[in-house]
Design a protein around this ligand. Structure first.
Ligand SMILES: CC(C)(COP(=O)(O)OP(=O)(O)OC[C@H]1O[C@@H](n2cnc3c(N)ncnc32)[C@H](O)[C@@H]1OP(=O)(O)O)[C@@H](O)C(=O)NCCC(=O)NCCS
Length: 151
């Protein structure tokens, strides 16, 4: 089942994201970040209600843009189309909001390209994204690629 996260699930969400961050796949998130952005997060839950996948949609606003963030599926549940369903859900929400383009900064551009995203130059993205980059441990030798989709 895919639904929005509940506030008391913030720690479980953080565990999932940070387990992928430990492998260098996504950026680490603080509990404070999750609480402040709690409305952004979709979660995929298993039969016992446990969180096994997540994806954030963060509206930037300017240029009718949003960012897809922290897309993670638990290692034990990968390759079962959960990531694909989470992307679809987030893009559906973006469409409902009237957002016209969604981008992601990712170490897995191939996965996103399978779902209609194309490469873009990071310099085409709003300056606001650099705030997060500046605070990232990978800056300035970052291997993340920017991908974007028109919806
Ligand atoms: C990337 C990730 C979210 C994919 O989730 P998933 O549930 O395993 O993906 P799906 O089962 O929905 O895969 C859908 C398609 O993408 C392909 N795919 C999955 N992971 C892929 C990857 N890392 N690279 C390339 N293609 C990938 C699948 O083969 C499938 O393609 P197909 O339909 O042609 O067979 C998951 O591997 C993950 O959590 N990785 C660690 C975190 C990460 O890299 N996040 C993305 C950066 S924000």
């Amino acid at each position: 089942m895919i639904r929005k996260i509940k506030i008391d699930e913030a720690r479980s969400l953080q565990r999932l994201i940070n387990s992928a961050a430990a492998g260098g796949h996504v950026l680490e998130r603080s509990l404070n970040y999750i609480y402040e952005n709690v409305r952004d997060f979709w979660v995929y839950t298993g039969q016992e209600g446990q969180i096994i996948g997540c994806c954030g949609l963060h509206v930037i606003g300017w240029q009718s843009l949003a960012e897809l963030k922290s897309l993670v599926v638990d290692k034990n549940f990968q390759r079962k189309n959960i990531g694909q369903q989470l992307i679809k859900k987030a893009l559906g929400e973006a469409k409902e909001l009237g957002v016209s383009k969604v981008f992601a900064l990712t170490f897995s551009p191939v996965f996103f390209k399978k779902h209609g995203f194309v490469s873009t130059d990071k310099n085409n993205l709003p300056h606001k994204i650099w705030t997060e980059c500046l605070n990232c441990k990978h800056f300035p030798d970052c291997k993340e690629e920017a991908v974007i989709i028109e919806i």
